[in-house]
Design a protein around this ligand. Structure first.
Ligand code: AMP
Length: 571
């Protein structure tokens, strides 16, 4: 049966967005009311004494600001299979594995139909604005997307990363069709069990449909860069497959092989053409346009920790527009990119006032006392931490992201993503805090007590000078410790970062092996001396647990005192 799908009405979507943002204050009140009405019977809200009240004032008076840590016991009961209304009125049946950790354990957040619907709403909204500026034809998209396996929790709930939960939802495909954004690869590739094989097949499908490809996308843009770095390695093999019409033996999964066999026919002309184009390029500059002559833009999250990848992306894309995708998290969506003309470095996101109830903690003031303000009360030029109240059981939840207000779209603020509030180690989708580092160091230093290993002090650094980037942990230790023990410590450190983003990136080598560098005795004293020399109070001195490249003097002290270094073989 041929499925008929109406294309989205771009003008209508834009009109809806305009009228909603013109009335942002009221829409927020209504949204909060709806969230509290739908979930008022949940145990969490029942215990807070709202007694059916749904106005923002009562809400703020009764409901405390929380972090993931505070909600962990509630979420754990859901994960363990309790079907009573704990955080939401309707039981939660799916869990998202978010990047980041709580006390060293992977972070779970609830996922439900309402969250799926808000996801699609934000996709549609930014699509409408994008399409108005950069129209696409009814072709295909090279979407470098990968769906990890969904598993079952102990209590029988489905668990996967948020993107997996979205891609596997039946509405996802229909929405992509209505957005003329159908992925050129078959489902077997997107949902394939092996990332490397899926990536190879995505590239192959892209080449087979090269004339039809309208845009190239991924969730976070480092996946696009990663894919074309891989292309540089495998392009001859791809050409050979196209020439013979036979898939390389490196693709081993029968489901993937049979899906690809349906698309692959011997095509020596195409193979010759691609070969000629590849050989004609200078250091792969402009590769994307050569391979895909009708591509209109590149799309994916390009702000925040994705910015370092823009340079390489531009190298591959030459003058194609790079459009940053929307701003959200596993916990819920926040804003859409409705100014696709703007380069990613300047991209901002307009909050959709009906996808959640939003508050903002001003960062200028003393943190302890700063009172959150409402969506329409934020001030241009100021920085805030984002607080989400969602349709999926999070109430006044501190997301931990810092944003800056750059202006207003009608009455709804435009945000620029600044950073994670407590984040220190991040390369792409991984997120590790000071606490995560501390737990990893604790675990590794306990490995071998007979060796009298004592970690005197430690720090860390994200080394992006290597490709891919990797974590460096500096240790000052006491006692004589054998190389084998330190090698094992290094592996243990690497394994101890259990954040889903880190683990998945390590598995596909989008983050390189962790490096343990042992520094000379007295190195951390030199760092202290350095800070005291700058006027720091000795009694309040805290060793910087993560040293950025901009802190060159401290980084130099660390690097100049390295006596031994080890690379992890844990993955
Ligand atoms: P996750 O919980 O794994 O879904 O990751 C969500 C986090 O990724 C957010 O809290 C942000 O820190 C970051 N993020 C998501 N979208 C963007 C964006 N458009 N720009 C910058 N950072 C983003």
């Amino acid at each position: 049966m041929i499925e008929k799908m109406e294309l989205l009405d771009v003008d209508k979507l834009i009109e809806e967005f305009e009228s909603m943002t013109k009335d942002a204050g009221n829409v927020q009140r209504e949204t909060l009311k709806k969230i509290l009405e739908e979930n008022g019977c949940a145990e969490y809200l029942q215990n807070l004494g709202l007694n059916g009240k749904t106005d923002p004032e009562s809400f703020k008076a009764c409901v405390p600001l929380v972090t993931h840590n505070d909600l962990q016991p509630y979420i754990q009961r859901i994960v363990d299979g309790s079907s009573s209304p704990i955080l939401t009125g309707k039981p939660i049946t799916t869990i998202s594995l978010s990047s980041g950790t709580t006390q060293g354990k992977p972070k779970f957040v609830p996922f439900n139909d309402e969250l799926m619907e808000t996801t699609l709403q934000i996709y549609r909204t930014s699509y409408a604005f994008r399409t108005r500026e950069f129209p696409i034809e009814n072709g295909k998209a090279l979407q470098l997307i990968y769906s990890s396996k969904q598993s079952k929790t102990k209590g029988g709930l489905i668990a996967g990363t948020a993107t997996t939960n979205v891609f596997r939802n039946s509405q996802f495909k229909n929405t992509m069709k209505a957005m003329q954004s159908q992925c050129c690869s078959p489902d077997e590739v997107i949902f394939g069990p092996d990332f490397h094989q899926s990536l190879y097949c995505h590239l192959l499908c892209g080449l087979i449909f090269r004339e039809e490809i309208q845009f190239i996308s991924s969730t976070f843009s480092h996946s696009i860069v990663h894919a074309f770095r891989t292309f540089e390695q495998v392009w001859e093999e791809l050409c050979a497959d196209i020439r013979e019409g036979v898939l390389t033996s490196r693709i081993t999964f029968p489901s993937v092989r049979s899906a690809m066999a349906k698309l692959l026919k011997p095509n020596p002309e195409l193979a010759d053409l691609i070969q000629k184009k590849c050989l004609g390029l200078n250091n792969w500059y402009g590769l994307i346009l050569e391979l895909f002559p009708n591509v209109k833009y590149i799309y994916g999250i390009m702000t925040g920790s994705m910015e370092p990848y823009l340079k390489k992306l531009r190298h591959y894309a030459r003058d194609l527009p790079l459009i940053s995708a929307d701003y959200g998290s596993s916990e819920g969506w926040i804003g859409g990119n409705v100014n696709p003309n703007v380069p990613p470095e300047l991209a901002t996101y307009v909050v959709l006032p009906n996808i959640g109830y939003f508050e903002f903690i001003p960062l200028k003031e003393n943190v302890e006392e700063a009172k959150p303000v409402g969506l329409t009360e934020v001030k241009v030029g100021e920085e805030y931490e984002v607080i989400i109240t969602s349709f999926a059981g999070l109430y006044r939840y501190r997301l931990g992201d810092v944003v800056k207000i750059t202006g207003f779209h009608n009455l709804s603020p435009e945000l620029k993503f600044i950073c994670r509030r407590n984040l220190m180690l991040t390369i792409n989708i991984d997120k590790n805090t000071e606490k995560d580092l501390q737990l990893a160091v604790e675990a590794a230093s306990k490995l071998n007590t007979e060796e009298k290993l004592e970690v005197l002090d430690f720090s860390s650094h994200v080394d992006l000078s290597t490709n891919p980037g990797h974590y460096v942990i500096f240790w000052e230790i006491s006692g004589e410790v054998r190389d084998e023990v330190l090698e094992e410590c290094c592996n243990c450190l690497d394994r101890s970062f259990v954040d889903a983003g880190y683990v998945s990136s390590r598995k596909i080598n989008a983050i390189g092996p962790l490096e343990l560098r042992v520094v000379q005795r007295g190195t951390f004293q030199k760092i202290l001396d350095h800070y005291v020399g700058l006027g720091a109070a000795l009694s309040q001195f805290k060793t910087p647990r993560c040293v950025g490249s901009t802190n060159n003097e401290v980084l130099q002290i660390l690097c100049n005192n390295v006596v031994k270094s080890y690379f992890s073989t844990a993955f």
